[in-house]
Write a protein that binds this ligand. Structure first.
Ligand SMILES: Cc1cc2nc3c(=O)[nH]c(=O)nc-3n(C[C@H](O)[C@H](O)[C@H](O)COP(=O)(O)OP(=O)(O)OC[C@H]3O[C@@H](n4cnc5c(N)ncnc54)[C@H](O)[C@@H]3O)c2cc1C
Length: 398
């Protein structure tokens, strides 16, 4: 991981969306993140290393509630956003390792039994167990209800058969929160969640998938994989809702990660433009360059406001004990869509400003260009977010 030429700005911490505890958290994380040096050439080894460091640093305690060894009473969207933004600024892989501990254990936090919570959540917070969230299948990505994997009830438990793919932490996780059909004829109303330990007989996690940026991924094969009855997570046939509630918590934090990458690209662009001499002056002296930097800053700030708003809305609603409402989902969708799309544009502009260096393997903007791409696809592609927002607009105006 390459160190930043200058530390990130902390001006956004003054915004009224945050409490002093959030400001202190972000300020404490900054020097810690900047001081880490992880060899990321092997993404699996690096991810394990990051999870250990994040656990030892106490940062993974923000992925679980206080009742299970977490830092705060409940999962706090603003803390998650700030943590991911700061980590992604320094290393998108560090952000990924952090986020997956939360996403991979989120269903246990929301619906796990007391023994599931005590078996898994403390170990997730300490970085002693690596978590994964297994929802997608080869023929069921955006269309979750089309999943084919089945869980059949046996005399003493469940037998899982089928395939999951694009599973982050696949092959290095200690356990998987897996979603399977328990009523094949009921669409999304026939899905149940299970916790499956990685060493369970009948589970094969060896099919690694290589992608354009460091990101441990695998296809999981369940071949008559038998788990005890206590492995059921949450209500029978309640798996679709549980998966969506889990994703709802983390959607705004994907926007936080995109924001961190975009902020880093802007820092790199300013640094390069201020040091690159051409036609008798610096690249930064050209109005065309200043216009681009201005556009980049505005794209970042607009995404930041939507992201912090979505996180604040969710925390506020949780604090009031209000039932989850459609406006929260639409706000999180807007944040995810705008932050990931804007970050892609910002990073592309930063790369262009670097000229040939921008595409040279090893420069920060080159790796950011690859790192950002999958954020527009996973946890609901941009088109899925557009539909969520569009439906919400129609509901609110008719
Ligand atoms: C790096 C990475 C990590 C991932 N990690 C995980 C994980 O940990 N766990 C997990 O379960 N899954 C994971 N996924 C899977 C991810 O959630 C899916 O890739 C995503 O949901 C899209 O599904 P799909 O790839 O099958 O694309 P499809 O569903 O086939 O969609 C293809 C494209 O169609 C478009 N589209 C989608 N819906 C509509 C629509 N209604 N109208 C018009 N166009 C539409 C979008 O552009 C979309 O990209 C990961 C994926 C990636 C790339």
């Amino acid at each position: 991981m390459a160190s930043s030429p200058v530390p990130p700005s902390t001006a956004h911490l003054a915004l009224p969306f945050f409490d002093d505890a959030h400001r202190a958290l972000a300020r404490e994380l900054l020097p810690w993140a900047a001081a880490q040096s992880v060899d990321e050439r092997d993404d699996r080894a690096a991810c394990r290393d990051w999870v250990k460091r994040l656990g030892q640093g106490g940062w993974l305690r923000y992925c679980v509630p206080a009742s299970s060894g977490g830092a705060l009473e409940r999962l706090d969207s603003r803390a998650l956003v700030l943590l991911r933004e700061t980590l992604a600024f320094h290393s998108p892989l560090a952000d990924f390792a952090f986020a997956m501990q939360g996403l991979g254990s989120g269903a246990i936090t929301l619906a796990g039994s007391a023994s599931q919570q005590s078996n898994y959540l403390g170990a997730v917070a300490g970085g002693d167990k690596i978590a994964a969230f297994a929802l997608s299948e080869p023929d069921a990505g955006s269309d979750v209800g089309a999943m084919a994997m089945q869980a059949v009830s046996t005399s003493d438990g469940w037998r899982l058969t089928g395939e999951k793919t694009w599973i982050s932490n696949g092959g290095i996780a200690d356990f998987y929160c897996v979603f399977a059909k328990t009523d094949p004829n009921a669409g999304s109303r026939g899905i149940t969640a299970f916790v499956v330990d990685a060493n369970t007989a009948g589970l094969d996690t060896s099919a690694h998938i290589e992608v354009m940026a460091p990101h441990p991924l695998a296809t999981l094969r369940f071949d008559g994989c038998t788990v005890p009855r206590e492995a059921q997570l949450g209500e029978l046939h309640g798996g679709f809702k549980l998966a969506m509630r889990t994703l709802d918590i983390f959607r705004a934090s994907v926007a936080g990660a995109a924001l961190g990458m975009a902020r880093r690209a802007l820092v790199e662009a300013v640094h390069h433009a201020s040091h690159r001499r051409m036609f008798g002056q610096m690249l930064a002296d050209f109005q065309l360059t200043q216009a681009k930097l201005g556009e980049m800053a505005a794209l970042i700030d607009s995404a930041a406001l939507l992201t912090y708003r979505a996180a604040w809305m969710r925390d506020d609603s949780e604090a009031r004990g209000a039932p989850a409402a459609g406006d929260l989902t639409a706000a999180a969708a807007m944040a995810k869509m705008c932050a990931t799309e804007n970050a892609s544009r910002v990073i592309d502009m930063a790369l262009q400003m670097h000229g040939g260096l921008g595409v040279k393997v090893g420069t920060k903007v080159e790796s950011l260009y690859r790192d950002i791409r999958s954020l527009r696809i996973y946890e609901g592609a941009t088109e899925v977010q557009q539909l969520i927002i569009g439906k919400s607009v129609l509901r609110s105006q008719t």
